[in-house]
Ligand binder design. Structure first.
Ligand SMILES: NC(=O)c1ccc[n+]([C@@H]2O[C@H](COP(=O)([O-])OP(=O)(O)OC[C@H]3O[C@@H](n4cnc5c(N)ncnc54)[C@H](OP(=O)(O)O)[C@@H]3O)[C@@H](O)[C@H]2O)c1
Length: 304
């Protein structure tokens, strides 16, 4: 089968599609015939070597955290899913490999009928992350939540999860994405100089919790929340200097229940996972190049 992998850290061009042996579902796992898979910002960071201290990888490293497809193997002990079912899910934080024709998943949920394969492909990573950070902040109905980097593949799902919890959401993005943020249900503003004043004008009662999906603005974000414990970042490696928690798969228990939450919201028509671009698997380098811009509006996916 074909799989995308890299054998050294470096620019997008180090990723290549090659023939590899098929993986098989172990106990507690399933294997899917992949219809589409995600290319997340985290994949870009792993491939570039930026995360080599936090999450070193062994070469060759097969890329891809999440995917959607049709179940074709069910591992020992797995219940509730059968060969032929349509699912979306994730491979896990250490072993990845979903950018391939066949992928082993360790967490999954039934693919909502409302989502096409591309939309389902990048949903699992964003849903797990959204559940993990919002649980940690104990976001509840009536609170005001600020999402920094709200127009990205992860931020858009954090926005919709927070709204589903009953929060009011202020989201930051470039101005050309403000109508998009409104369409998701967030109150938009721009990031960058003057952020604190703009947010205070939009949320005069204050901000109860901040989810930082971008990095680089923690002093402003802590000032707005009033307490570093009310800020969680998924993207700022200087978090500790500001007393802020950096949440990632190696630091916190994965919130796999987020997949079922996402499926439930999608079935109710309350969760979209917008797709910025879909590329054939063989064009994985172009997908990494787009992800590296940090300005794709939604998820980047590969179709098999
Ligand atoms: N730790 C974890 O568990 C975890 C999980 C998922 C993602 N992440 C990380 O979270 C980050 C976001 O992921 P993603 O998938 O949402 O990425 P993405 O799709 O590339 O989104 C990037 C977002 O950041 C915004 N942005 C770009 N430059 C910015 C700046 N200087 N200041 C503030 N916002 C800026 C973009 O807004 P505009 O395009 O509107 O300008 C967009 O909303 C990445 O660093 C990724 O590695 C971490």
């Amino acid at each position: 089968m074909r799989a995308a992998q890299f054998t050294a850290y470096g620019p997008p061009a180090v990723v290549h599609v090659t023939e590899v042996p098929e993986p098989h579902a172990g106990p507690g796992e399933i294997r899917v015939a992949v219809r589409a898979s995600g290319v997340a910002a985290g994949e870009v960071a792993l491939r570039s070597g930026r995360l080599r201290d936090l999450m070193p990888v062994a070469f060759p490293f097969r890329t891809g955290f999440d995917a959607a497809g049709v179940v074709d193997e069910v591992g020992a002990g797995v219940t509730g899913v059968r060969v032929g079912d349509a699912v979306f899910g994730a491979a896990g934080f250490a072993r990845r490999g979903t950018n391939a024709d066949l992928a082993v998943l360790t967490a999954w949920a039934a693919k909502p009928a409302a989502w096409d394969w591309a939309e389902a492909a990048g949903a699992a990573g964003a849903a797990e992350t959204a559940a993990r950070v919002l649980d940690r902040l104990a976001v509840a109905a009536g609170q005001t939540v600020l999402v920094q980097g709200a127009s990205g593949g992860t931020g858009a799902v954090v926005v919709q999860f927070a709204l589903a919890l009953g929060a009011v959401v202020v989201g930051t993005a470039s101005e050309h994405n403000h109508d998009y943020l409104r369409s998701l249900g967030a109150v938009p503003t721009t990031y960058g100089p003057g952020l604190a004043g703009r947010v205070r004008a939009l949320a005069p009662g204050g901000v109860d919790a901040v989810v930082d999906c971008a990095g680089g603005a923690l002093p402003d974000l802590v000032g707005l929340a009033g307490d570093p414990a009310r800020v969680v970042t998924i993207a700022d490696f200087a978090a500790r200097e500001h007393g802020v928690h950096l949440s990632h798969g190696g630091a916190d228990a994965p919130a796999w229940h987020g997949l079922a939450v996402a499926a439930g919201l999608a079935d109710e028509g309350r969760l979209r996972v917008p797709v910025a671009a879909a590329f054939p698997l063989d064009e994985v380098v172009a997908a990494h190049e787009l992800a590296e811009t940090r300005h794709a509006r939604g998820k980047i996916v590969l179709t098999s």
